[in-house]
Design a protein. Structure first.
Length: 686
């Protein structure tokens, strides 16, 4: 067997071990007590709503996936089309499995919280572990299987690129559709329930409460999982492709290294899970201590990856500079997560500053939140810029070529995402804790249960915010690596701003994130308006609803959110695929490179600003709900709720969707790179 084949087989074995771990976690979580009949009835309603949405979404996506696969088979290669189909199925399966366990772990977390905070954390985090390890294992299993199938073909990595394209397609629609669903329900429930009626969050009298709980799962579990599935796959594909371009050989250590790092990451993630499971969490554990436990799990995983990577690199006689590149990626990922946590946690000054201005009304709340979001872009940009410069310098000094520098950037992204199994688990557990709190509220469980689920939920909000920061940071490095792979595959010999089509390409690319965000924001607003009108109608027309003697029609709001999300996700998702193809064929391959540059730079800044502003608005509201500035029901709280409703589509729909936009446009360009020429508008007549 060649060096690469051995590495791929090792990665395949680790993927299978990851799947065994997923099966074990599934059985362990489902073995916990699901609570009383009232709790189970609410859980079943959430399960049915989530399954109905995802089934309808996947039916629509299957039409798109089959159509694109036919286009690829006709105009490119049938092997790439098959890989595309496999990538789409693997991404959808990981997302579905993560959502399946999340909507069953929520009620079990609420029941476990009756006994202790630690027990509640173990159940919720066990659910997140299923999502995290499913994404890593399914991705590795798909790519390694394809490599072993096509390893005798020199175009092997070109075919596997189709796998990343399939994953990207599912990711964008899952993120956009799930994001529209969850935030339409959330905004509608908050505006009528909290602001107009003055009832608590997750109050069973609110007709939109079940839709809100469903949305947490389809958006923040299935959507986030699909997002990072695509980043993880794309980073490995880009690094392997650039390693092949650097040496012009498939059987080289540089092609093997990304697969080896991914395999090592599975081991590191398993170690991280054990840190959380065996941690000592008492009833008096505060938010800082809970955060420390989850941080320790990620750090332990990172240290394991670094140590094992060092052994592999020394054994394979790979230049040590590439180990430093992996270190750069891990440091950058953790640094972005720390900065995001600082700007979004209510224990820190930026979010507290938003809470303070809530006393003067909604307008100052919005102004301060936007300012905090804009300010929060500075350090992530500097961190990613430093990571890129360090990676290029290390790669150049390892090989003496610019191509080695670009390979190093891709390897840095692999390093950043190597601990994805544990990193995604700390994110995906949040919606489970949020749902558990809702079930505790609706079933009138003892006050200490709600206090425990609130503690887990507050932790989940912070880890979700850091997860979004991590996602966009990794997206930028992955997109840059894919862009470099595109330039190599398309044989773009020079990139000159003075070329007639280059600057228009950059400007169109910079415009795309704003157009995309506008469309998704308006989609949330449109669907939320329908929810608001429905909730108002039910409060007006159902006698005894406000008094709690009548049951609301939950299914009506679930149906409105489902139809609105599925209808509105089509156009933004289609644009992400069509625009790169139009620019590539009409303006040429150089203009398309400019488009990718513009989209990556613009999308990075906008995504960070929106995600962090939204997270800060959300936690400013939660800070006031702890009793600050008058607490729940005060004028400051009402202003904070308005800020939170604006921040909802920022942080959970438009912002996260931009991660996928910049990666999808890059991988579409890479898949069709060989088809682009000088463009139909050729100013030089060549």
């Amino acid at each position: 067997m060649t060096q690469v084949s051995v590495a791929v087989v090792l990665a395949l074995v680790m993927a299978l071990i990851g799947i065994v771990f997923v099966c074990f976690q599934l059985r362990r979580v489902l073995a916990y007590n699901a609570g009383n009949d009232a709790m189970q009835a609410i859980a079943v309603a959430i399960q049915e709503g989530a399954a109905a949405f995802l089934n309808r979404e996947y039916r629509i996506l299957s039409i798109f996936v089959i159509a694109v696969a036919l286009v690829i088979a006709v105009f490119l290669q049938i092997q790439t089309a098959a890989s595309f189909l496999l990538g789409a199925v693997a991404s959808a399966s990981a997302g579905y499995l993560g959502m399946y366990i999340a909507v069953r772990a929520n009620v079990r977390t609420a029941e476990a919280a009756r006994h202790s905070l630690h027990q509640g954390l173990r159940v919720a985090f066990g659910s997140g572990a299923v999502m995290g390890m499913s994404v890593v294992s399914f991705s590795l299993l798909g790519m390694t299987g394809l490599y072993l199938l096509f390893s005798d073909d020199p175009a092997c990595l070109t075919y596997i690129t189709g796998f990343g394209f399939g994953a990207s397609s599912i990711a964008l629609f899952a993120r956009v559709g799930g994001g529209i669903y969850t935030k339409a329900a959330d905004v509608g429930a908050d505006l009528v329930g909290k602001v107009e009626k003055g009832i608590p969050e997750d109050d069973p009298r609110n007709p939109a409460v079940i839709a809100d709980n469903v949305g947490d799962n389809v958006g923040d579990v299935a959507g986030m999982g699909a997002d990072l599935f695509e980043s993880y796959s794309g980073s490995i594909i880009a690094a392997a492709t650039l390693g092949f371009a650097l040496t012009d050989r498939l059987d080289t250590a540089l092609v093997a290294l990304p697969f080896l790092i991914a395999a090592i990451g599975v081991i590191g993630s398993l170690l991280g899970f054990s840190v959380v499971v065996f941690s000592n969490i008492g009833e008096n554990t505060d938010l800082h201590m809970l955060l420390r436990v989850l941080r320790s799990s990620v750090w332990a995983s990172s240290v394991a990856v670094l140590g094992l990577s060092l052994l592999v690199i020394r054994h394979e006689h790979i230049p040590m500079n590439y180990w430093y590149v992996i270190l750069v990626g891990l440091i950058a990922g953790n640094a972005i997560a720390y900065v995001t946590e600082y700007y979004t946690s209510y224990t820190e000054k930026p979010t507290q500053s938003i809470a303070a201005v809530c006393e003067t009304g909604a307008a100052t709340t919005i102004i301060q939140g936007l300012a905090v979001g804009m300010m929060s872009t500075v350090f992530p940009v500097l961190i990613v810029a430093a990571a890129i410069l360090a990676s290029i310098w290390l790669g150049y000094n390892a090989d003496g070529s610019m191509a080695a520098g670009l390979y190093a950037v891709a390897l840095s992204a692999v390093g950043m995402l190597s601990t994805l199994g544990i990193t995604l688990a700390t994110d995906a557990y949040g919606p489970v804790a949020d749902n558990a709190g809702g079930i505790a509220e609706m079933c009138h469980l003892p006050v200490e249960v709600r206090q425990r689920t609130d503690a887990l939920d507050s932790l989940g909000n912070t880890t979700a915010a850091t997860g979004k920061g991590f996602a966009i940071g990794s997206a930028v490095l992955t997109a840059l690596a894919l862009m470099a792979a595109y330039v190599t595959a398309a044989k773009v010999e020079h990139l000159n701003l003075l070329d007639p089509t280059m600057l228009p390409g950059i400007l169109i690319g910079a415009m795309m994130p704003y157009l995309f965000s506008a469309m998704t924001m308006m989609a949330v607003g449109k669907a939320a308006r329908a929810i608001v009108l429905e909730v108002r109608r039910q409060f007006k027309e159902i006698p005894g609803l406000m008094e709690g003697t009548a049951r609301p029609d939950y299914k009506a709001c679930v149906g409105i959110s489902t139809k609105g999300a599925l209808r509105e996700m089509i156009l933004p998702g289609t644009l992400a695929v069509v625009v790169p193809l139009l620019v590539g064929f009409v303006l040429g391959k150089e203009a398309l490179a400019g488009l990718l540059m513009g989209t990556t730079a613009s999308g990075f800044l906008l995504a960070v600003m929106m995600a962090n502003a939204g997270g800060a608005w959300d936690n400013a509201k939660k800070y006031i709900e702890t009793g600050q500035y008058g607490g729940k029901g005060s004028d400051a709280h009402k202003a904070a709720v308005v800020g939170d409703t604006i921040g909802d589509p920022f942080k959970d729909t438009s912002g996260p969707s931009l991660n996928i936009l910049i990666k999808l446009m890059s991988i579409v360009s890479l898949v069709f790179a060989s088809a682009f020429g000088s463009g139909w508008l050729n100013f030089y007549g060549t």
